[in-house]
Structure formats: structure tokens, C-alpha cells
Design a protein around this ligand. Structure first.
Ligand code: PXP
Length: 237
């Protein structure tokens, strides 16, 4: 399983004082040296953490891959096409949420998503749809020619009992196998941490995990390099 690091929380800390430190771009370069396979940033409509400056500098400086999380809105699609990340991950976005709360409803938004995918493909950007582990949504995602899906793992991560966690892991296992059969790349993310990754890594159809909060929280204590390498060691077992 590959690892991409979401650095939004570094920008949140920077923005808390309206100053320049800590810098998510510097942190991303250190994370690359520590072995991550890509950097993820969510350019929100309200710019509450990542700024356009961050995205453009990352585009210039990182050497792995840039995964731009984004809502399917005209303004952000335009920026994405201009910046040219390797991957655009389409997420639902609500102003008041603390973080992305769940996958996008592919079935209800089929025409918007189809047009968005086409537009991003025209700029040679691969597209991933952040969705629930639901076979109907995955079928429609494949029909509208997404390249990848990212399975929302929040329900698994927030499960209150082992039984609930196991049931959700099974849903994700079935969904990831189904997506692979349809020829899609399969990423996963949300709420993954140093504990729950140990059972999650058994899902062999998941190509890549996108992790933010747990690694950045650990990095505050031990540094980015150590926090990233601890996670990479767990993914390689
Ligand atoms: N994947 C997506 C689509 C997300 O929106 C987020 C949260 O920004 C993550 C992964 C990472 O989640 P976490 O910060 O809980 O690791």
C-alpha cells in the first residue's frame, strides 16, 4: 500500500496566527524525503487552510505526485486545470464541516461529475471520486469514466465496537474488489491512524491510503520524518 500525506492541518496551524509558519510546502518536501508517495491538499472554496500559493508552490517543488482534493465547482476546476496536479480527488464540501464528512453521492450528481471528469481529463489530470463503499455508486463512477475512486474510511475509523469495525472492513473489502474488477484504481482515506491501519493494511485491493490528521498530530511531537516513517513501516509489514 502506498502512502500519501495530507498537509492541510499544517496550513491550519499556520493560519491560526495569520503568519508564515509552519509552512505546508516545507513540510511536504521533508515528507517526500521521508518516503511518502504523494502530497494531498484540499483547496477549499473558503481557503480556510490551504491557499492557492501553497498549491502552486507544491506543483513547482514536489517530485512525487500532487493530489488536489476539491469540490466540483467552476472556480476550483479552473484553478485545477491551470495548476495541473497529477490527480484531482473530487469531494463534497460543506462550509460548516470540521472535515470532509463522507463520500460524494455519485448517483445524484452524475451529470455534474461527468462534466467535471471530462474537463479535468482535457487538461490531462487523472480523476478520483471520494465515495462510500457502495457498489451502486462504484458502478456509476466507472460508467462516467473516473480513473480511480477513494473509498471513505470514516465509518470504519469511527466504529464503536470491534464487530462494527469488522463489518465496515468487509464492506470496504467487497467494494475495493468490485472497483478493481471494473478497472478502477482504488485509494482509501479518512480517520486512518497508527492503530487501525494494522487491520486495514490487510485489504489487498487498496492501492494507496491518504492520511492527514494522525500523521500531522504525531509529527508535532516527533517531527515529520519520524511520523511518516513510522506509518510507512506499518504499511510495509
Ligand atoms: N481523504 C479525503 C478525501 C479527505 O477529505 C481527508 C480529510 O482531509 C483525508 C483523506 C484524510 O483524512 P484524515 O485527516 O482523517 O487522515
Amino acid at each position: 500500500m502506498r502512502l500519501t500525506l495530507n498537509v492541510d492541518h499544517i496550513a491550519t496551524l499556520r493560519n491560526a496566527r495569520g503568519e508564515e509558519q509552519p509552512d505546508p510546502v516545507t513540510a511536504s518536501l521533508i515528507a517526500e524525503q521521508a518516503g511518502v508517495d504523494g502530497i494531498v491538499v484540499h483547496l477549499r472554496e473558503d481557503r480556510r487552510h490551504i491557499s492557492e500559493r501553497d498549491v502552486r508552490l507544491l506543483r513547482e517543488l514536489i517530485t512525487t505526485k500532487l493530489d488536489l482534493e476539491m469540490a466540483a465547482t467552476e472556480e476550483i476546476i479552473k484553478i485545477a486545470c491551470d495548476v495541473g496536479p497529477e490527480l484531482a480527488t473530487i469531494v463534497p464540501e460543506k462550509r460548516q464541516e470540521l472535515t470532509t464528512e463522507g463520500g460524494i453521492n455519485v448517483i445524484d450528481n452524475v451529470s455534474l461529475l461527468k462534466d467535471t471528469i471530462k474537463e479535468l481529463h482535457n487538461s490531462n489530470i487523472e480523476v478520483s471520486l471520494f465515495i462510500e463503499p457502495d457498489l451502486n455508486h462504484i458502478d456509476v463512477a466507472a460508467e462516467i469514466e473516473t480513473d480511480l475512486i477513494e473509498i471513505h474510511t470514516g465509518v470504519f475509523a469511527n466504529a464503536l465496537s470491534e464487530e462494527e469495525q469488522f463489518d465496515e472492513l468487509e464492506r470496504i473489502r467487497i467494494a475495493s474488489k468490485h472497483a478493481k474488477k471494473l478497472g478502477l484504481g482504488v485509494n482509501a482515506g479518512h480517520g486512518l491512524n497508527y492503530q487501525n491501519i494494522k487491520i486495514f493494511r490487510e485489504l489487498t485491493d487498496i492501492d494507496e491510503v491518504s492520511i492527514g490528521h494522525s500523521i500531522i498530530a504525531r509529527a508535532v511531537v516527533v517531527g515529520i520524518k519520524e511520523a511518516v516513517q513510522e506509518m510507512i513501516r506499518l504499511l510495509k509489514v
